[in-house]
Design a protein around this ligand. Structure first.
Ligand code: ADP
Ligand code: MG
Length: 244
């Protein structure tokens, strides 16, 4: 086995009295694609937000490429740059053009010269099929287009891993496929991905493993086929019936 790119070992987190993450152990190998699913409130967002230091955790250890993720550490910025994140609600900078949304991070944080940052941004916008919209502003694009820009913006930081938190759940149904297609293309490049999503077609197409969370714990993991066809726990069975 290679060293895992991401490791969560004995991670526990509380929101004051509420025990939101319970003894989470998860190793993600370079190039692996993990789909995380589970009922609303089961801790999926909290878990992936801990991986890039958006949330603190109280017990256990998370490492990215061997580096501990600790919010109070000076190195947290460096880790965040290695971990791309795409949110449910796109979170684009509304006052910046699409192109500037992509170049801001590389110019400010990675000190990439503007011309190089713009050239790379255009490549990435072409890759998500949105190159012709580079001069527009976020509110001039559809939700599906904005989410593809958000993916390109995360990739502009040249991350080692990409985290997705329900990237299609705020989209109108007709826009879901265009975003999933971009994610499938990204998976084809060998990117390490952790995707919180209930899109079973996506899970079957790209996931190496499905991780099912319930009540803050990992209740079950398996291949997409074994998880969806033969879940071992009653919680997972109920969940699958609801998302099909
Ligand atoms: P999921 O993404 O699986 O729906 P979350 O990780 O968002 O679940 O939330 C897990 C639980 O933690 C939920 O019960 C939620 O209400 C609670 N929670 C989330 N964020 C906070 C917070 N900032 N303060 C207190 N409780 C929170
Ligand atoms: Mg969530």
């Amino acid at each position: 086995m290679e060293n895992p790119l991401i490791r969560l070992a004995g991670v526990n987190k509380w929101y004051s009295q509420f025990h939101v993450l319970r003894d989470i152990d998860l190793d993600v190998q370079p190039g692996e694609r993990i789909v995380v699913c589970g009922p609303s409130g089961s801790g999926k967002s909290t878990m992936i937000r801990c991986i890039n230091g958006l949330e603190a955790y109280e017990q256990g250890l998370i490492t990215v490429a061997g580096e501990p993720v600790a919010q109070d550490d000076d190195r947290i910025e460096a880790i965040r740059q290695r971990v791309g994140m795409v949110f449910q609600n796109f979170n684009l900078f509304p006052h910046l053009s699409i192109l500037d949304n992509l170049t801001l991070g590389p110019i400010k944080l990675r000190r990439v010269p503007r011309a190089a940052a713009e050239a790379r941004a255009m490549e990435l916008l072409e890759r998500v099929h949105i190159g012709h919209q580079a001069r527009k502003f976020p509110n001039q694009l559809s939700g599906g287009q904005q989410q593809r820009v958000a993916i390109a913006r995360a990739l502009a930081m040249e991350p080692q891993v990409m985290l997705f938190d329900e990237p299609t759940s705020a989209l109108d149904p007709e826009m879901v496929k265009e975003v999933l297609d971009v994610m499938i293309e990204l998976a084809g490049t060998g990117m390490t991905m952790i995707c919180v999503t209930h899109e079973m077609g996506f899970a079957r197409a790209v996931a190496d493993r499905v991780v099912f969370m319930a009540d803050g714990a990992i209740a079950e993991t398996g291949t997409p086929d074994s998880f969806f066809e033969a879940p071992r726990t009653e919680r997972a069975r109920q969940f699958i019936q609801q998302v099909i």
